[in-house]
Design a protein around this ligand. Sequence first.
Ligand SMILES: *Cc1c(COP(=O)(O)O)cnc(C)c1O
Length: 416
Amino acid sequence: MEFFERKLKDSDSEIWAAIEKEKERQNKNLELIASENNVSMAVLEADGSVLTNKYAEGYSGKRYYGGCEYVDVAETLAIERIKKLFNAKFANVQAHSGSQANMAAFMTLVNVGDKVMGMDLSHGGHLTHGHPLNFSGSLYNIVSYQVSPKTYQIDYDELREIAVREKPRMIIAGASAYPRFIDFAKFRQICDEIGASLMVDIAHIGGQVATGLHPSPLPFADIVTGTTHKTLRGPRGGYLLTNNEEIAKKINKDIFPGIQGGPLMHIIAAKAVAFGECLKSEYKTYMQNVNENAKALAEELVKKGVCIVSGGTDNHLMLLDVSKNNLTGKAVEVALDKAGISANKNTIPFDTQKPMVASGIRIGTPSVTTRGMGKGEMKMIADFIKRVIDNVDNESALVSIRDEVYSLTAKFPMYK
Ligand SMILES: *Cc1c(COP(=O)(O)O)cnc(C)c1O
C-alpha cells in the first residue's frame, strides 16, 4: 500500500510538473477569457475530495447504491442552496457540464426531429443551440435568429417574425458572447403566441441573475440551464432549474438514466460550497465589481479607438472587433498570448472570416475581479490591449508588455 500514501510529486512527477506550471501560468497571466474564473481554496478542497470514490446513481434518498448517506447530504445542500440563490422551486445539480444540462433540457421539452430556434453561433449563441456538428444541430431541426445589423443587439420584432413563420416547438434564449441584457419576458410572449417552450441558458450570466444584476428568467422559462464554473465561480459543471413540478420530474429522468450514469459527487459537493459562497453578501459585491470593471474596461478601450461590438457591455464580457484595425482575431489572440494575456478569438456578427480565424476577441472580467483588480487596473489592461493591437508583429514590444503584465499580476497572487 506504499503507492497509496505517496504525494503526487513523488508518484507522478510529469503530471505534478504540468500542474505546477499551470498554477504558475494562472498566477502570471492576465486571464481575460470571459468563461473562466478562479475558484476558492474551499471549492478546490471539495473538488479534490474522497467523494470522487462514490457511486451514487439516482437521487438523494433513492440511490441504486448503498453508503450514500453523506453524499446525500452534499447533494441536498447543493440543491437547497441553488434553489435559494435563484429563487427556483426545483433544481438538478448532476449535469456534468453546461452542454449536458442543455441536452437534458432538449430531451425534456422537445422530441428528436422537432424544430428548435436558437441564436446563431456567430451572433453570440452556443454550440448546443443548434450547431450542425453538435447533437443539437444533428438531432433537431434548427432555425436560427441573429442580432440586428444596426444595433448588434437582438431585434425582438425580427425574432417574432421568424418564430411566427417557422413555428418552432422550442425557442432558446441565452448566449456565450452577447454583452447586452436579454428580455426574457419578450421571449415568453413570442413563445406563448406560437405555443412553444422557452429554454433559457444562463451559462454566462448566472452570477448576474443570482445577484439581481440581470433580470431573472425564472418567471418566464420552462427550463433554465447554466454552468457553475463561469461567473458562479464554482467547479466545472452544469445545472437545471424550473418552477414546474412535472418538468422537474422529467429533467431528473433525462439526466439519469437519460444521458448520464453516476453523478460526480466531489463536484456536486464543490458546487454546494460555491453556491454557499454565492449566497453571501461578498459575492454580490464581487459581481457588482465584475460588471463595473467590464464597463470601465470597455470605456477605456473605446477611448483608445478600439471598436467594441454594440458599443459597450451590460455584463462581464465584451467583443472587440479587430477587423477595424485590419487584423484577425487569430492574430490578436496569438499576440496577446505573447504579452501574457489570455483571451479567445471569437466570430463577430456578420463576420467575413472563418471561425478559426474570426474578426473578434472576446474578453471578460470575472477572473481579474476575483484577484481583486479594480478600475485602476482596468485602465492598465486597456492600455496593454491597445498596445498589443498596435504591435501584433513586434516581438520586442510584446515582450516588454509581458513584463508589465507580470509585474501587475505579481501584486495579486493566488493559490500560494
Ligand atoms: C459555456 C456555455 C455552455 C456549455 O458549457 P460546457 O460546460 O462547456 O459544456 C452552454 N451554453 C452557453 C451559453 C455557454 O456559454
